[in-house]
Design a protein around this ligand. Structure first.
Ligand SMILES: NC(=O)c1ccc[n+]([C@@H]2O[C@H](COP(=O)([O-])OP(=O)(O)OC[C@H]3O[C@@H](n4cnc5c(N)ncnc54)[C@H](O)[C@@H]3O)[C@@H](O)[C@H]2O)c1
Length: 264
């Protein structure tokens, strides 16, 4: 196993938001197996605590805590708890997010605000809370979970796309501000990944199980690598961006999308 701890002999600490489910869960698991101390943070506190307990039982170092990423005090408390736990924050993954479907004529202002609040403001608040501590790390890294729809236009996701576009711009902007100060900032842009988020999107559209399965199949038809992606396949790239293996990369938005964006 390759250790992340190239720049220091001490174990590094990572915070992952949205860790109770899907992609965030896979990232927290991958960081833990890589040897990091992992703070699993989620609005679903029970899910975060359960994941941390499972990781601890498997011999890893993990802490499960509640966070509401739209609440500045809650995000500050998350960072404070991580510091109290190990005395350091080396990596943060701002991953918590929600899907809001619909074109601009079909969504309400409340739905627009919800997407922007959780996906964009949540990323901003998470970054702002951890950056002072990443600056104190020998090799601080910040990784955002963006989306392919933050990079190109796709039908029916006006608010979600705008929120992920904000994450893409924030990634580049923070990278510019912090590159010379020792903190690298990058993002992963997943394509269609089978998780509760994507499944609920198609469940809502389908009248029954057969239509649900048919909608899932239609998605596959758009992908050059003709299958859905898995959370583990995103976690592997997030680990790379979080580690010293990507030490000369910052400000990058990395599509992990079965070839969708480049091979259309
Ligand atoms: N699944 C996909 O196809 C896909 C594609 C591109 C990008 N993404 C992005 O990946 C990230 C993870 O998505 P996923 O598919 O794993 O979804 P998921 O629904 O499986 O997990 C999201 C997690 O975020 C948590 N969360 C939601 N709102 C929160 C809040 N306000 N505060 C704290 N935690 C909150 C949820 O409780 C949940 O555990 C999201 O940012 C999503 O937009 C997903």
């Amino acid at each position: 196993m390759t250790s992340l701890n190239d720049a220091t002999s001490d174990q590094r600490t990572a915070i992952v938001t949205g860790a109770a489910s899907g992609i965030g869960r896979a990232i927290a698991q991958r960081f833990a197996t890589e040897g990091m101390a992992v703070v699993c943070a989620d609005l679903n506190a029970a899910g975060a605590v359960k994941l941390a307990a499972d990781l601890s039982a498997a011999g890893h170092r993990a802490l499960g805590i509640a966070v509401e990423v739209t609440d500045e005090a809650s995000v500050a408390a998350m960072a404070a708890r991580a510091l109290e736990w190990t005395g350091r924050i080396d990596t943060a993954v701002a991953n918590a997010g929600v899907m809001v479907e619909g074109d601009i004529l079909s969504i309400s202002l409340a739905e627009w605000n919800r997407a922007l609040q959780i996906n964009a403001t949540g990323a901003f608040l998470t970054a702002r809370a951890v950056l002072p501590h990443l600056l104190a790390s020998p090799a601080g890294t910040l990784v955002f979970t963006a989306s392919t729809v933050g990079l190109v236009g796709m039908k029916g996701t006006a608010a979600y796309s705008a929120s992920k576009g904000a994450v893409v711009a924030l990634t580049r902007q923070l990278a510019a501000d912090f590159a010379s100060r020792g903190v690298r900032v990058n993002a992963v842009a997943p394509g269609a990944i089978r998780t509760p988020l994507s499944e609920s999107q198609f469940r809502a559209r389908a009248a029954d199980d057969a239509e649900f399965e048919s909608l899932l199949q239609q998605v596959i038809g758009r992908y050059p690598i003709s299958r859905w992606g898995t959370p583990k396949e995103i976690a592997e790239i997030v680990l790379f961006l979080a580690s010293d293996r990507s030490s000369w990369m910052t400000g990058q938005i990395i599509p992990v999308d079965g070839g969708l964006l480049e091979l259309r």
